[in-house]
Design a protein around this ligand. Structure first.
Ligand code: ZN
Length: 454
């Protein structure tokens, strides 16, 4: 049994039921689980018995951020097709992604996780939807275990190639029986349903324009038989909606409902183009949404109606989206962008800084179906981050350090603790050496950009 005391915290943001913010706060952790939160004087026995102590007098501490949509392999192909809409961007990138293999998936996932962890994420999902040259979901799960990140691996898939009216090249799609068989395999091998799980599996056909209705239905049935969650892309762009109307005769929200893809165990990425009725459907059914503001702007997709979704009680989390359409992996930056975008139509209350932080923590946890992360309270997992406030980003913002987390755009955490383990200390990743990882990643990237296969 190991215990950790974090004390003298200048400002502690709990995101607990009362949304307490505590000055001169403390946390006591036993075996990766938070046992006490509050003033140090309230936990004298804990303070005396701690195996390890961290003092944070110049820090703001908050729950670790939760990233609910990513394609980590895209870190290898950043800044490609810079001025394209979604479909043109995908057509430019598919040929490069043919060169991926298991090593590329492993290295790029680890690099993307390092980037996320250093900027405040403690939990991430990743949506891996192509498996060339023997690549497997296992390759990125291994990366998460090695680097110490809490991870929801989404077994994506594409099954409808160009010949059958889909978007991807025929040689990048998989056989549907093989997809379902491999999805079952990864669930049975890795999925941990228990509280505090470090690895969970998600069933995640890629999008309406890359898989069949049959695969969507079969996937929903399979996920429910194992009680795992469902994830896909939905209503990302006007082209996406046009494809849905032309091919299925339905708006994306109606298409999702027709396939049993609504409910509390489902979350959809983007949802830029949902109308009021579809938003209401998602609210009534508890269907989650992952908002990826930078990606939506980068690809000129539009602004997702997040204010309306929140008003309709749609569960909303944030995502950085793939590294090739963002092209950064900074979730706190997404919280800032989300806040700014909901104000862009003239409403200064479109989203507050604290609402944006709530989406990045509790919102993400809800979308991933977790009640053990996203807040700092007794019984929650010890996933938290600390930013130094005696830094340039926070200079002059001492009157509201919490709002400054969003408004002032701090870049790097000083500490990150995941499941009670210190993974970043003094701004340095403790679990992986960055320099060789970046070098290895860039070697693979150069090969892919040259269009070389393995
Ligand atoms: Zn995506």
């Amino acid at each position: 049994m190991t215990t950790l005391l974090v004390k003298d915290i200048r400002h502690l943001v709990t995101m607990d039921a009362a949304r307490r913010e505590i000055s001169d706060g403390a946390l006591f952790i036993r075996d990766g689980v938070i046992e006490a939160v509050g003033a140090l004087a309230e936990m004298p026995e804990a303070a005396a018995s701690a195996d390890d102590t961290i003092n944070l007098p110049n820090h703001i501490v908050m729950p670790g951020l939760v990233n609910t949509h990513h394609h980590m392999f895209q870190s290898l192909t950043r800044v490609v097709a810079q001025n394209e809409l979604l479909f043109g961007w995908l057509r430019a990138l598919y040929p490069l992604w043919r060169g991926l293999d298991g090593d590329a998936i492993h290295v790029s996932a680890k690099l993307a996780m390092a980037e996320l962890m250093l900027s405040g994420c403690t939990t991430s999902s990743d949506h891996l939807y192509l498996y060339p040259n023997g690549a497997q979901l296992d390759d990125e799960i291994r990366a998460a275990i090695e680097i110490g990140m809490r991870f929801h691996a989404a077994r994506g898939a594409m099954s409808v190639g160009e010949t059958d009216g889909g978007l991807p090249p025929d040689d990048l799609v998989e056989n549907e029986e093989a997809i379902l068989r491999d999805t079952r395999r990864v669930i049975e091998t890795y999925h941990d349903a228990k509280r505090g799980a470090m690895i969970r599996i998600v069933v995640a056909p890629c999008s309406p324009f890359t898989v069949s209705q049959n695969l969507m239905r079969e996937s929903a049935a399979l996920a429910r038989s194992y009680k795992v969650r469902l994830h896909t892309h939905l209503a990302e762009t006007a082209d996406d909606v046009a494809y849905s109307l032309e091919k299925f005769g339905l708006l994306p929200g109606d298409y999702a409902r027709s396939l049993d893809w609504v409910g509390q165990d489902v979350w959809h990425a983007h949802c830029v183009c949902l109308n009021e009725r579809e938003i209401s459907l998602f609210g009534r059914t508890g269907t989650g949404v992952c908002h990826c503001p930078s990606s939506n702007l980068r690809l000129a997709s539009g602004i997702a109606p997040i204010r309306r979704m929140l008003d309709f009680r749609v569960p909303v989390g944030l995502g950085v989206d793939g590294s090739a359409s963002n092209d950064s992996g900074h979730l706190l930056g997404e919280a800032r962008m989300a806040m700014l975008l909901q104000r862009a139509m003239g409403d200064p209350l479109g989203m507050t800084a604290r609402e944006a932080l709530e989406l990045a923590t509790l919102g993400g946890a809800a979308v991933l179906g977790r009640d053990d992360i996203g807040a700092l309270a007794p019984g929650m997992m010890a996933d938290f981050i600390a930013f130094r406030v005696d830094t340039l980003a926070f200079a002059g913002a001492g009157n509201d350090l919490v709002a400054a987390l969003v408004l002032c755009a701090p870049q790097t955490v000083d500490y990150s603790v995941i499941n009670g383990r210190v993974t970043v200390r003094y701004g340095v990743l403790q679990t992986t050496e960055l320099r060789p990882l970046i070098e290895r990643h860039n070697t693979i990237s150069r090969r892919l950009i040259r269009g070389e296969h393995v």
